[in-house]
Design a binder for this molecule. Structure first.
Ligand SMILES: CC(C)(COP(=O)(O)OP(=O)(O)OC[C@H]1O[C@@H](n2cnc3c(N)ncnc32)[C@H](O)[C@@H]1OP(=O)(O)O)[C@@H](O)C(=O)NCCC(=O)NCCS
Length: 165
């Protein structure tokens, strides 16, 4: 069993490594709807506006990642959520390299993100998961994320979750 604490993180996020991991994870998915699409420009833009990526390496191989993305008022409104956007942040893409799955790395990364969010005085964490994404849905539910909305988009039915941290 591989533990998150045994993996390394670099001081500065290497965006090309991040996108390489994204492409490996996406290529390996039978159902591409499970993971949202984004470009290098999106990633840079979010990082310049309060986002944070944790990218973990095993012997210089990027193996898993989680992305904290600030929440916009319009996103909360879209889901009829009255939480203050200054007190709420979100979990964006979470990815584990196919060869490293089954080690509960997603859960461990969510806990790292929650600790960081708490240190920045956030009170709530928002996230969205495809209803078809059994593994990710289970991991968020196990960590006490509560369903606050279900909605449909071009990727099918999705669930919006909130956790009070
Ligand atoms: C989702 C993802 C990050 C999870 O990776 P991981 O941390 O290795 O997940 P794990 O395999 O440790 O955990 C999956 C959980 O679902 C459970 N599970 C797996 N298949 C299941 C099934 N068919 N029915 C019910 N539960 C199932 C596992 O038992 C495990 O729960 P447990 O830890 O209580 O035993 C990884 O699969 C991934 O990168 N997927 C592609 C990208 C993606 O979907 N990202 C999430 C977007 S929101």
């Amino acid at each position: 069993m591989i533990k998150l604490k045994d993996l390394k993180i670099k001081k500065t996020t290497n965006i090309d490594d991040y996108l390489n991991l994204y492409n490996i994870v996406l290529d390996n998915l039978d159902d591409k709807d499970l993971l949202g699409a984004f470009t290098k420009e999106d990633v840079i833009n979010i990082l310049e506006n309060g986002g944070k990526i944790w990218l973990y390496y095993d012997n210089n191989i990027p193996v898993c990642s989680i992305f904290l993305i600030p929440v916009m008022r319009k996103t909360l409104d879209k889901h009829n959520l009255s939480y203050d956007e200054k007190e709420t942040t979100s979990v964006g893409p979470v990815m584990v390299h196919p060869n490293y799955r089954g080690n509960k790395l997603q859960k461990q990364m969510i806990l790292v993100l929650e600790k960081y969010a708490k240190s920045k005085n956030y009170k709530y964490i928002f996230t969205k998961v495809s209803e078809k994404n059994i593994r990710s849905k289970k991991n968020f539910e196990d960590l006490d994320y509560k369903i606050v909305n279900k909605y449909e988009n071009e990727r099918g039915v999705n669930i919006a979750f909130i956790k009070k941290i």
